[in-house]
Every structure is written in C-alpha cells, then in structure tokens.
Design a protein around this ligand. Structure first.
Ligand code: ADP
Ligand SMILES: Cc1ncc(COP(=O)(O)OP(=O)(O)O)c(N)n1
Length: 271
C-alpha cells in the first residue's frame, strides 16, 4: 500500500522551498504527498516579496480534513509563522497521535525575510519540540532555540544535546551555514550517540529550499518505515544530487533539482 506524508508549511510561489519543495520531494521518493498551507508567500529566487497568513480557522479545517480521512504515515512542519498556528498543529499531532513527526524550525529565508514571528519561538520550543521524532535546525536556528552561539563542532554537539533534553527524540543540526569548511557536515544526535553525514561543499548560489527539501526527504523515508539514521542517509544523498545538478533558473538563489536523485538511480539501474 502506498505510504502518505503530510507537510504543514508555507507556500513558495517560486516553487523552490516550502510546500512546493516538500511535495516534489515526496513524489520523487514514491510517497503520496498532502499539504496544509499555513501562509502564502510571494517569493522568487531574489527573495520574499510578501507574506500572507492563512486564517487559523482555515489551517484547522485543513488539518481536520486530512486527519479524518487520509491519515498520514509521517508529517513534517515547516513555516508556521505564529504561535497560534504552532498551538493548533501541536494539538493536532497529540489528538490524532501522529507518528514520525519531522520539525523543520523554519525562521528566516535566505534573503532575510522573517518566516516565524519572534513571539512564536517560545511555543515552538515548549509545544512542538517535545513532539518531534527529529528536529532539523540549521546553525542560526539552533542558536535561537538554545541561546548558545555555535562556532565549533563541540558547540554543535552541546546544542544538539540541549535540544534533546528540551524534548526532541533526535536532533539534526545541518551544516550548510558553516562557512569555514570545504566539507558539509550534518550532525545527528539520537540521545545516545552522534552520527555525522558528510559531503563535499558544492560551490553554487543555487541553494534555495535546501533545508525544506532535506527535511521532506527524511519525512518520506520515515513514512516508508526507515529508521531515522537510514532516512537521513537517503535525504543527504537526495539533497547532494539536487544541489549538484542545479537547474540554473531565476536571477538570484535558484532552486535545487528535485529530479536529480531519482534520475541518477535510474541511470545506474540501466547501466
Ligand atoms: N553548498 C552546498 N553543498 C552541499 N550541500 C549543501 C550545500 N548547502 C547546503 N547543503 C546541505 O543542504 C542541507 C540543508 O542545509 P542548510 O543549508 O544548513 O539548511 P537551510 O536551508 O535550512 O539553511 C544540509 O544537508 C546541508 O549539508
Ligand atoms: C514558504 C517557505 N518556507 C520555507 C522557506 C525556507 O526554506 P529553506 O529550505 O530554509 O531555504 P532558504 O529560504 O533558506 O533558501 C522559504 N524560503 N519559504
């Protein structure tokens, strides 16, 4: 039977991040994708031109429609924007006893636009984090969530441990913002040990939506029954291929190539 994944996130009109990146990723990983839209952004590769929140009632109704019929095997959260939405999403996860919850604590878009209000950070930490199977902050997001500045890998380990104490079952601190390295190292903490996932840094400005795509790939794999470590392995390969074979569209930070991972697998199978 086909597995189903739900993304609860914002729409990116440019198609590279948010709901659009998530659904493309689910599709490429053979999982049926569903969406609850929390906000509509007017956005392209040059930045975010506008943010329009969906009224709370509209978000709650979308959640209920899905829960009462389509029952996802895994869910991910992305741009949630304010504390009312975080509250509603947390109650939904608890009430319907949702399993495999990937929390991508989206805060700021690459161009600097705010996708989460400051007042919402507390709700994210107190309500959503304890429900997370895995939380996937980038370095600046991990710093905001813990109040700890990350410079070294030891800082990252300390922050990962703290996020685990704050309630997330596993913690993935992504390395995309660690400018000082040639290697791209993502660090996973499962409450007992650390796992590192390394790849070479691809020199490109076309990395719009990398975080969304990476966490969506984890979600798709969890929906299909993978362990967290196995899911992250596939997600790392998926994002590496998507960045490596970028599409060169738009004049700013272009999107990644969501076709690349599957096409590469098909090429290998044909050889
Ligand atoms: N230039 C790059 N080359 C290779 N991998 C990258 C590059 N930039 C980001 N990644 C990978 O993309 C994923 C998302 O990372 P990051 O950019 O830190 O997240 P976000 O988009 O949330 O800021 C991680 O797996 C990271 O290692
Ligand atoms: C609607 C929406 N959601 C999330 C993001 C942020 O996406 P991310 O994967 O972190 O990529 P960048 O924006 O940093 O390129 C977004 N931009 N829009």
């Amino acid at each position: 039977m086909v597995k189903k994944a739900l993304t609860i996130a914002g729409s990116d009109s440019g198609g590279g991040a948010g709901i659009q990146a998530d659904l493309k990723t689910f599709q490429e990983l053979d999982v049926y994708g569903m969406s609850v839209i929390t906000a509509v952004t007017a956005q392209n590769t040059t930045g975010v031109q506008g943010v329009y929140k969906v009224p709370l009632e509209g978000i709650q109704e979308q959640l209920q429609s899905i829960a009462e019929d389509l029952r996802p095997d895994a869910i991910k959260t992305g741009m949630l924007f304010n504390s009312d939405t975080i509250d509603a999403v947390s109650r939904f996860i608890e009430f319907y006893e949702m399993k495999h919850v990937v929390v991508d604590p989206v805060m700021i878009a690459k161009g600097g636009a705010s996708l989460l209000q400051n007042e919402a950070v507390k709700a994210l930490k107190e309500k959503l984090l304890p429900l997370a199977t895995i939380v996937t902050p980038n370095i600046p997001e991990a710093e905001v969530l813990t109040g700890i500045k990350i410079v070294t890998m030891d800082d990252r380990k300390q922050v990962a441990k703290l996020l685990h104490i704050m309630g997330a079952k596993t913690v993935m601190i992504k390395g995309g913002h660690d400018q000082g390295r040639e290697e791209m190292i993502d660090l996973l903490y499962d409450g007992q040990q650390f796992h590192t996932f390394s790849s070479n840094r691809i020199p490109t400005k076309n990395t719009h939506g990398t975080g969304c795509t990476f966490s969506a790939a984890i979600t798709a794999q969890l929906a299909k029954g993978s362990s967290v470590v196995q899911a992250v392995k596939v997600a790392k390969d998926f994002i590496q291929a998507a960045i490596e074979e970028d599409l060169h569209i738009g004049s700013g930070h272009g999107p990644t190539n969501h076709w690349a991972y599957k096409r590469n697998k098909v090429k290998i199978a044909i050889k």
